[in-house]
Design a protein around this ligand. Structure first.
Ligand code: AOF
Ligand code: ZN
Length: 365
């Protein structure tokens, strides 16, 4: 919905405009990596006169689109940006220059850019040009929007999230719950958001199909499948080239001829021992910002990967979908395995909400 002159907010309602920036930024969810999602609005006399967001790495930044949209009206206006405007020549020229050239008088920034080549230099440059700059409006919201980008910038490593579904009686389930095949469903949104998904191998049988994000225009993640050759042979019949292009298999020994035939067309990485650190290293080399460790019950390598993730402090976030099901123990509950890990972790910012008929829990480590 276009918000131009119609929608009014109070003159000093910085929070309102910043929330609009975040809303705009989210239009490119899953498309900007390794760049952040950024939104920008230009406000004059209490009216939004220009809007923009960063659609994709390599394309112009949010400020450029918003300034274009505002045209001459940007003069003496206030620019709201969810991330500090950049002050460097990357794939695109500096946004600070564009803002100065457009003669905005004020810039309101959601958060400082953690990118060391930008951090506070954009703010300083604008101030040096005589522009009034305020920083930190709706900062928590802006940080959450780009939690993966921030983590990747500060540590150099991808942001790793553990995901699983639980029955109400506390069993880890192999099913995903209602809403998987619908746009707006929680799992569909996760697939849209993450650059890669790590999945256990023994699900790869005749019935296996790669779930796809149902969000319109979603960029699908890379599927990283772990498979030890000691496990039953994997069979993935009838995959299209589009699907195989979005899959990679990590295995621990040279595959036998039979498996190679079955997996034709799928890239395979052979390593001494499958481990999470090595998979994350691969993701890092690919420039991925966010990786989902997708647990669907107690299968294959997942128990060891999870143990490694917890013991080596490799996880940043946990998301759990509680499904409205009472499910008898499958005798080999992953929870039993998880509980045997001798580690106490304090999770932060635990939050819950409902999505379809499920309850979603999100927490940070
Ligand atoms: C902004 N507005 O919309 C975005 C910014 O290679 P480039 O030119 O796209 O630069 C990428 C860097 O610019 C990225 O790492 C981050 O520091 C910043 N992203 N900055 O002012 C935007 N996407
Ligand atoms: Zn920029």
């Amino acid at each position: 919905i276009r918000v131009r002159c119609g929608r009014m907010a109070q003159d000093n309602d910085d929070g309102f405009y910043m929330r609009r920036c975040v809303e705009l930024a989210r239009k490119a969810i899953g498309c900007t990596s390794p760049n952040p999602m950024v939104g920008c609005v230009i406000v004059k006399d209490g009216k939004i006169v220009g809007e923009g967001f960063h659609p994709k790495a390599g394309q112009p930044h949010a400020e450029v689109f918003a300034l274009r949209d505002a045209g001459d009206l940007a003069e003496n206006a206030t620019a709201y940006v969810s991330l500090e405007p950049c002050n460097h020549y990357g794939r695109t020229p500096p946004c600070t220059e564009a803002l100065i050239k457009a003669k905005v008088i004020k810039v309101v920034v959601g958060m400082v850019d953690p990118n060391p080549i930008v951090a506070l230099k954009g703010v300083d440059k604008l101030r040096d040009a005589g522009i009034d700059v305020s920083v930190g409006v709706e900062e928590e919201l802006c940080k959450r929007l780009n939690e993966a980008y921030i983590h990747q910038m500060l540590t150099g490593n991808p942001f790793l999230t553990l995901r699983y579904s639980l029955s109400v009686n506390g069993n880890v389930l192999d099913q995903l719950g209602k809403g998987v095949k619908e746009p707006g469903g929680y799992y569909s949104q996760l697939l849209q958001e993450y650059d890669a998904v790590i999945l256990s191998p023994t699900l790869l049988d005749d019935k296996f199909s790669i779930p796809a994000s149902q969000e319109p225009g979603a960029k699908q993640p890379l599927w990283i499948l772990t498979a030890r050759t000691s496990h039953p042979p994997i069979k993935i019949p009838g995959l299209s080239t589009e699907e195989t292009a979005k899959m990679i298999i990590f295995t621990d020994k040279k595959m036998d001829v039979q498996q190679e035939t079955v997996l034709q067309g799928i890239e395979t990485v052979v390593m001494d021992q499958i481990n999470l650190k090595a998979i994350l290293e691969y993701c890092k080399r690919q420039g991925f910002c966010s990786v989902l460790l997708d647990v669907r019950g107690n299968f294959g390598d997942i128990e060891e990967l999870l143990k490694e993730g917890i013991e080596q402090n490799l996880l940043q976030k946990i998301v759990v979908e509680v499904l409205p099901i009472w499910h008898g123990s499958n005798g080999e509950s992953l929870l039993v395995a998880i509980n045997s890990i001798d580690k106490r972790l304090k999770v932060k910012k635990l939050q819950s909400r409902t999505s379809n008929e499920n309850v979603v829990l999100e927490a940070y480590l």
